[in-house]
Write a protein that binds this ligand. Sequence first.
Ligand SMILES: [Zn+2]
Ligand SMILES: [Zn+2]
Ligand SMILES: [Zn+2]
Length: 339
Amino acid sequence: MHELRRDILLGRWIQVLSESKEPSEYHFPVDIGLGEKSCGLCAGREMETPGEITSIRRQGTMPNKEGWWVRAIPSFDPLFKVEGNLDRRGVGLYDRMNSIGANEILIESPEHAVKPEDMGVEQMVRVIRLYRDRIADLNKDLRLRYTLISKDSLFDPWRRSSHPVSSLVATPVIPKKIKDELENSKQYYDYKERCIYCDILREEIRVGDRIILETKNFLCFCPYASSFPFESWVVPRRHACDFQEISCEEMEDMGFVLMSILKKLRAVFQGETPLSYFIHTAPNRVPRRNHWHSLGDDYHWHLEIIPRLVRRSGFELGSGLFILTTSPEKAAKFLREVG
Ligand SMILES: [Zn+2]
Ligand SMILES: [Zn+2]
Ligand SMILES: [Zn+2]
């Protein structure tokens, strides 16, 4: 019998099929292998990009010159623009505002086509440090409500370049998925006076069969009501709502955990797997100081990894009820046991 499971964070149902698909039963698009000849993000071509916002670089080297390890630049084709005002207005029945925000490219390495799992922990930690610095900086802009950092794997036919980058988008609104998480966490806290994520961590440790990897500071597991097969979350054991408050020790550990899980996914699928991951952290609450007053207690930052294995059916699009073709327990077992 198939099973319906309720996602306690988003308050929606998903269906887990009784017969779980093996990793080999998923098929991916073909890698189109974009070369580095025309890549302006590689080291040595700094003058071809918009001026850098910040970088982590070797001592004594100058901005917009070689010597960097990671680098943040404005997007070539920004979805949101920094300049201007929001101009919030009603248009008849509807609401509109200008697309004010920030859109940055976080270049993860001076080397072309290196995959995050092959960068080495030291470099991965620099990437995480850049994530932290950019979120902390954009938090100061009172027009912005949320900063989302996301990553699409190199093995993605819709990507324009094979250079390893993450994307940063800061928006003047809190995106719906995050708002749902925030509201449900708040409701849970109001009722139980406990953080829902801390409770999920305790439950996953108690049950054990959805855990992929445990370290001193992080738990990595397939969520009970995953929205996608092989979805994996990396959650810090220490309760904190803001990612930018991550400690140095946690950054090192997170670098290791993220590399390990990406390597495990590559091993389970015997090659490159298209995937995305993103950090969910608390919104920028300076402009609305009283709105999320319990946020520090009820929200808990985390990273979600989504392998892009399936296309949504019409039923899923029409209902919002997602079908899980591999159960989280089976997926976690494959990932836990692979070397
Ligand atoms: Zn490149
Ligand atoms: Zn917590
Ligand atoms: Zn989340």
